[in-house]
Design a protein around this ligand. Structure first.
Ligand code: COS
Length: 394
């Protein structure tokens, strides 16, 4: 999409959830993002280009901790929220490229050995290695614990067999953090994580998946794929929790990406309403339009506050922060509300454009396709409701 005539509203950064360094980050990123022009007609080439630019400009440093070339001592959810919201406003594909560097390396940040961290994280931060997170399977999407991909211990090595699908950056990543079953009887307690370099014999990532808002996706097939013993990431059988902890970090940032897209739709709708003439006045003069814009604002406000709360809670709350059930619920609430509200806001914006709203090339038409998968990936809305329901029962 990446035609930026408009600026995102950033009033919410004045709220006490944020510090001055967050506000500086937002202003600097906004200035940089508004300048970028990337040909996105080939999603894979465009993603490579975005990773290169984001790495060169230093933005990917926010995906890893300072000890390994990152911007801050530890990952900062509020910075991730600002980065994704701003990038998504300008280009959902740029946001995707950024987010996958974080999600794909997150488990290494959380549980990697010093050697694994040194090998992968600085390269992720510079954009020299492209990261991916391989969790979903054809028969195990929301129900992660039922995965069938097996990791078998061999002398000083592991062997992977099975299939992963819907893997973002599949076929272009340099490594895949891959989750596989190490105990057949263990359910959620029998899963482990591995770092799989893309060039391992026995890994085939050639089957690309094409989706309504093009971005790199593929199915991974592991057929007797041998890994060295030190490919194990974290503890044996500790992979399910590691996957959930990684998703926990990034769920508020998915909410932020949705917010960025919705803010762009809102900005497009306001600009259109002020300039479109009909029945002797502008579209903006109709009360019907004002009511719609009011509804869109309220939906955005609710999503914004929940997103900021979740990110602040993770970064700052001594009792309801990272690793607590209260934080998991706050992240779920933010992801659910922001993605669902963004879909509504974008749909309302498109309706305001009339026929032009569905014309290919119109930013709101693009956003209408871009937003849809956010209600599904990294935990569908129904999974977020399940998490919230279980929390309520507790
Ligand atoms: N952080 C740390 N540990 C967690 C956790 C979290 N956020 N969520 C669950 N766990 C732990 C539980 O505490 C439990 O531990 P014990 O075995 O020690 O009791 C274990 O993990 C199993 O938890 P639970 O029973 O809740 O697991 P379920 O199989 O019922 O699954 C859902 C829960 C559905 C919430 C989970 O599978 C999920 O998030 N699915 C969506 C996955 C997803 O996002 N897929 C997209 C892939 S990336 S695009």
């Amino acid at each position: 999409m990446n035609t930026p005539p408009l600026r995102p509203a950033q009033d919410h950064l004045d709220l006490p959830f944020f510090d001055d360094h967050h506000r500086r980050l937002a202003a600097e990123l906004q200035a940089w993002a508004a300048e970028q022009r990337v040909d996105e007609s080939d999603d894979r080439a465009a993603c490579r280009e975005w990773v290169r630019r984001l790495g060169d400009a230093g933005w990917l440093r926010w995906c890893v901790p300072a000890a390994h070339g990152g911007a801050l001592e530890k990952l900062d959810s509020r910075a991730l929220v600002i980065l994704r919201e701003t990038l998504a406003f300008h280009s959902p594909l740029a946001d995707f490229a950024f987010a996958m560097q974080g999600l794909g390396s997150g488990a290494i940040t959380l549980a990697g050995t010093p050697g694994q961290q040194a090998q992968y994280l600085p390269a992720v931060a510079r954009g020299h290695k492209i990261a991916a997170f391989a969790l979903s399977e054809p028969e195990a999407g929301s129900d992660v614990a039922s995965m069938g991909t097996r990791a078998t211990a061999k002398a000083d090595a592991w062997q992977l067999d099975g299939t992963k699908t819907w893997i973002s950056n599949g076929g272009m990543a340099d490594f895949y953090v891959t989750f596989a079953r190490t105990r057949s009887d263990g359910g959620a307690r029998g899963i482990s994580a591995f770092i799989v370099d893309a060039d391992r014999p026995g890994l085939d990532a050639s089957e690309h998946i094409h989706v309504m808002a093009p971005h790199p996706l593929a199915t991974l097939r592991f057929d007797g794929c041998r890994l060295p013993g030190d490919a194990l990431l974290g503890e044996v059988d500790g992979g399910f929790k590691l996957a959930m902890q990684t998703l926990d970090i990034f769920r508020p940032s998915v909410a932020a990406a949705a917010l960025g897209m919705a803010r762009r739709a809102m900005a497009e709708a306001v600009a259109h309403a002020k300039s479109r003439h009909m029945f002797g006045q502008t579209l903006a003069d109709f009360q019907l339009t004002q009511v719609k814009l009011g509804e869109m604002s309220a939906l955005l406000d609710a999503a914004t506050l929940l997103t900021c709360r979740a990110a602040w809670q993770r970064d700052c709350s001594p009792t309801r922060g990272a690793g607590t059930p209260a934080y998991t619920a706050a992240a779920a609430s933010a992801k659910l509300t922001a993605t669902e509200n963004a879909q509504k806001v974008i749909d309302m914006a498109l309706q305001m454009f009339g026929g032009r709203g569905v014309q290919v090339g119109n930013p709101v038409e693009h956003l209408y396709r871009d937003i849809r998968s956010l209600r599904i990936y990294e935990g569908a809305s129904e999974v977020q409701l399940l998490i919230l329901g279980k929390a309520a029962l507790r």
